[in-house]
Design a protein around this ligand. Structure first.
Ligand code: ASP
Length: 327
């Protein structure tokens, strides 16, 4: 079990006026009743950060560590971290995770000293999931609130509730009942894992299209050196007339990907014909993100570019990824 920080590890600090990450991996595992009866656990304190401050290099280091644990004979790996970026970190790690053994990520919505703290139960459920033979071959899994989610679909649907995580569209992978995960379906279709980055991580902008917006921010991002832009577009992939025009001027310069800013659902591809709708944006050279959320589209674009896909081949790489994952 490797710890990265987050609420699951936080205790009160008078100086900071709130909770901050302090507990290490050994302290976390010791706080879980019955954990030692479930598995023999090796711990490592990898980082002690609020999850918004985790970076790509922290995550690649965690990935290396996780691969080393499997190579050394572990049957699964659990990482603990903050929940704020969990849907992003799980997805990014999943793009690179090449082993059949499960990599399970968990956290907590309530800090350890709070009444009803959920960290110990989540950690126990995560370890049980990592040890379960049916968890193999499913890539990176997120376990929260006795529910197992696929990295591909999971998102944080509530800022503070214990039942914060949802898997819109794809559905949850499993629920834990009496300590055992019950998987509802076979494993998900997964694309080939990406090769490790061969260059510096690119800056990819995520710009939300909003009412009265002509897309100026997207252009400012490109002028500032961002190598690609993901638009969290309205509805099924729509922007205003002015924004559409702007996208037409950007696509010869950088890849532009259209995702939906809605909490669930796919971009359309052949429904709306007006200026600024998906058909028009595709004609202007933008790529349609399909079912992938805007947050995850940004990470897919980032990871593809980092692992050697050139900008001109990005559209094809995105399409292949969607076909391989069947969505
Ligand atoms: N702000 C915290 C973090 O992401 C929230 C959490 O851990 O649940 O680090």
């Amino acid at each position: 079990m490797g710890s990265l920080g987050g609420t699951i590890s936080m205790t009160a600090s008078d100086a900071a006026g709130g909770v901050v990450p302090t507990l290490d991996a050994t302290q976390l595992t010791r706080s879980v009743p019955g954990l030692s009866e479930v598995a023999e656990i090796r711990t490592a304190s990898l980082r002690q950060l609020p999850s918004a401050s985790l970076g790509y290099d922290d995550l690649m280091a965690a990935l290396d560590w996780a691969e080393q644990q499997i190579a050394a004979g572990a049957s699964g790996v659990v990482l603990t971290q903050g929940t704020d970026t969990l849907e992003e970190t799980a997805f990014l790690l999943d793009l690179f995770w090449k082993l059949p053994a499960p990599l399970v990520i968990t956290g907590a919505m309530r800090a350890p000293q709070t009444a009803g703290a959920d960290g110990p139960a989540n950690l126990l459920a995560a370890v049980r999931t990592a040890c379960h033979p049916e968890s193999a071959g499913r890539g990176v899994l997120v376990v929260m609130n006795d529910t197992v989610h696929y990295a591909r679909w999971v998102s944080k649907g509530d800022a503070l509730a214990v039942q914060a995580f949802v898997s819109n569209d794809g559905g949850v992978a499993a629920r834990l009942v009496e300590g055992r995960p019950t998987y509802f379906h076979g494993g998900p279709a997964r694309a080939q894992p990406l090769p490790r980055p061969v260059r510096a991580w690119p800056k990819v902008a995520l710009v939300t299209a909003v009412l009265g917006d002509d897309g100026e921010l997207a252009e400012l991002a490109v002028n500032a050196g961002y190598e690609a832009v993901v638009i969290a577009a309205q509805g099924a992939g729509h922007v205003s007339f002015g924004f559409a025009q702007r996208i037409g001027t950007l696509t010869p310069r950088v890849p532009v990907v259209i995702a939906s800013r809605a909490a669930a659902g796919s971009t359309a591809s052949q429904t709306y014909g007006y200026v600024g709708a998906e058909i028009d944006l595709a004609r202007r050279g933008a790529h349609l993100g399909g079912w992938l959320s805007a947050l995850k589209s940004r990470l897919l674009v980032t990871a593809l570019l980092a692992s050697g896909t050139v900008a001109g081949a990005l559209g094809e790489a995105l399409e292949n990824w969607s076909k391989l994952t069947r969505r």
